[in-house]
Design a protein around this ligand. Structure first.
Ligand code: HEC
Length: 187
């Protein structure tokens, strides 16, 4: 009897640790994917800005961002995207879970948490499949203000108006949460 209880307790502790470990390694994996995605995106953006200024660079975000997301997904096996509370492209609309996490990120920022390290992960059933989901806040840097700030050059603004008639992703300040990377993988 004693043995059984002990074994049960041991198993509970053991499997608890194993679960914590696999959760930890999924988070580490997700962080790596974000790094890869953000690195490619930022590289393309900076190159576009250098070559032709923000109007040229808009096409990087417009055309290349979704492509880079897809490529990163194919390479890593994760579904990768970006989302925000104030969208530029309606295709990036958050689902109910993402919306909750984005709102929580704002609350955590107000409470003084460092935006550059802000993340959230959870395991849930999605379309009948056990799925690991991960989100990481994207801080607004100076560079971003060219296209997401409150003093956008007229030629940039008119190009954005044309591509995104419902654009809400303006008026940001450096340090604000621009949105989040959102990743998922079926377990
Ligand atoms: C040259 C203009 C430009 C610059 C600079 C820029 N963006 Fe964007 N951003 C865009 C465009 C255009 C889109 C819409 C992309 C699409 O159609 O998916 C976008 C979309 C986004 C999205 C997806 C959510 C949404 O609103 O649709 C995030 C997040 C984002 N940008 C963050 C940033 C961050 C962070 C920076 C600075 C590191 C930045 N952007 C710099 C033009 C820009």
């Amino acid at each position: 009897m004693k043995k059984t209880i002990l074994a049960a307790a041991f198993c509970a502790i053991f499997s608890g640790n194993a679960m914590a470990d696999s959760h930890g390694s999924m988070v580490a994996d997700a962080r790596g994917v974000v790094k890869q995605f953000f690195g490619s995106l930022k590289g393309e953006l900076e190159q576009g800005m250098k070559q032709g200024g923000p109007v040229t660079a808009i096409s990087v975000c417009n055309v290349k961002a979704p492509m880079i997301a897809e490529e990163t997904g194919e390479k890593t096996g994760w579904q990768v995207a970006r989302t925000s509370l104030k969208l530029r492209n309606p295709d990036n609309k958050p689902d109910a879970w993402e919306l909750t996490v984005l709102k929580e990120f704002e609350t955590r920022k107000t409470a003084g948490e460092d935006v550059t390290k802000m993340e959230h992960s959870e395991v849930m059933t999605l379309d009948g499949k056990k799925t690991f989901r991960y989100m990481k806040a994207i801080p607004t840097a100076e560079l971003c203000l060219n296209c997401h700030g409150s003093e956008i050059k007229p030629e940039v603004a008119s190009s954005l108006d044309e591509l995104y008639p419902e654009d809400k992703a303006r008026g940001y300040k450096a340090g604000d949460i621009r949105g989040a990377f959102t990743l998922q993988k079926a377990l």
